[in-house]
Write a protein that binds this ligand. Sequence first.
Ligand SMILES: [Zn+2]
Length: 282
Amino acid sequence: MPELPEVETIARGVDRRVRGERIVQAWFGRLPQTFKTPQSQQAKGLAGRTILAVHRTGKHIVFELGTEASAGAPEAQWIVHLGMTGRLLFATPDAPVAPHTHARLDLGSGNELRFVDPRRFGRLEFRNLRGSFRNRGDAAFEAPGAEPLTIGAVAFAELFRRRNMPIKAALLNQSLLAGVGNIYADESLFQAGIRPRRRTNRLTAAELERLRLALHQVLTQAIRLGGSSVSDYVDADGERGFFQIEHCVYQRTGEPCRRCETLIRRIELAGRGTHYCPTCQR
Ligand SMILES: [Zn+2]
């Protein structure tokens, strides 16, 4: 499942390829599960609009859409959640259409943007921010949790101070922080030297600040790595699969810690496999 760095990398790659493009028309498949907004409404809303920018919010990819008349101000949004197996592919019209293609935007340049999702946990949504005189228009998309790459020290500490739960579970709670998944939760707790079972309200201010910085470091490092391999999953002729950071603990059960050679342990926490070094993390 794509995590925050992958989604960020994909959003940047898509932005680079489609920013400024006009959507000539949009086609949607018939399987309803994928569509948070009915297909006909999405097709109607997208046609004729210009893609002003594409960016990540939480684990969602948000297309800001305007018209020539809107002079750069977003009038609508197309929101893509990749789910487990969703991909956005930038393709020329003659590129073979992959099985499980559920949506296609035909762009003014003649190229296409395709949404492919074998397992169909991905979601596509359209929001009209302007509305009409009859309805007020939709609110702009916001992820429920705080943004881990930009949150400050005080706000970060405030998220956890009054809660009493294992810190690992809190990191995975999407209503607290947006987009942090299992890999980066384990890796940042290792970098910060904090055991995953520690209770949030027992962590010191210094530990929480170490964790905030570790999370930032681990995520930006992964984004940097992803930047060089973006074409592997945005371009239709590229190879499948996300880049991997060199994990310190994640899925290294029984292997020696890279820092102290203690064997990495695995426990179940919040229903997820959780990996840590019993020596480096306290
Ligand atoms: Zn260690």
